[in-house]
Write a protein that binds this ligand. Sequence first.
Ligand SMILES: Nc1nc2c(ncn2[C@@H]2O[C@H](COP(=O)(O)OP(=O)(O)OP(=O)(O)O)[C@@H](O)[C@H]2O)c(=O)[nH]1
Length: 298
Amino acid sequence: MNAFTLPDVAAQASRQALALDWVGMCGIAVPVLIDGQRLNAIADAGVSLDDGEARGIHMSRLYLALELLEGAALSPMLLRRILQQFLDSHAGLSDAASLSICTDLLFKRPALVSPLAGWKRYPVSIEAHLKNDVFHVELTIQIAYSSTCPCSAALARQLIQQQFVDDFANKALEHAGVLAWLGSSKGILATPHSQRSTATVKLRLNSDVDELPLLSLINEAEAALGTAVQTAVKRADEQAFALANGQNLMFCEDAARRLSMALRRSPDIASLDVRVVHAESLHAHDAVAQSRWVREAL
Ligand SMILES: Nc1nc2c(ncn2[C@@H]2O[C@H](COP(=O)(O)OP(=O)(O)OP(=O)(O)O)[C@@H](O)[C@H]2O)c(=O)[nH]1
């Protein structure tokens, strides 16, 4: 080395020979193209350092490989190309590569009744791994929905029945009187508790999947849950939402079962982890249920 060459510390021998499972960079700002939208994303990129004698990996080579994200829609094939470039640029040093991309998808959602629509945000992470020519992609998707407690609904109904008995004991029932009572606060003197809830779905895609099925999985999940949170809401929409919730009472166990069973039907999925969190308004703590499933080999 003379005064004009730059020191290359990464190329030096390590003082302590030890292979490392993962070395890379976290929190890299990248643009991604998903479903025709250019989105801000945060990437974590890394490789294993299998040569324990080598001081370090070449971080700039991983960073530059991420330029491939600019030119094409995010797909399993694009992720594989990037990971292959990670490994090719670290020949002799690394056997395994991974890339994780976190972003927020935005999809426009119609109101339940009115002709309005609004944007809904879905946090997702897309994780790809490549080792010994074995490649796989995992998706993690978060979906917000509303859940109303079936136990609380039954208890509220009982109180309403009791109030009816008290108010109409020894009285002849006549239609107008009952109708007026139903429209008064006594007709709904107790309400069940409901809560904004979150489903986190983590799944591994089958190796033959060409496109990231993010929107279709979100649609399937929301259909299974039944009461996805809304965007633009007028009173008519709110009334329809109240009806939907009343017809869709669920414990966290119900939500986890429904979601898991619905997503298992997707031919794109090799394995599935479902976790639902009901941020209870009854308690200061959450009600949580999880389900894990792996497709059996044919
Ligand atoms: N390996 C490693 N590099 C780091 C770390 N922190 C910062 N860097 C810097 O990342 C920069 C890019 O590293 P390299 O990819 O090896 O850069 P380079 O030697 O100019 O590029 P190549 O010629 O392709 O090897 C260097 O300036 C390193 O100092 C670290 O903890 N580990």
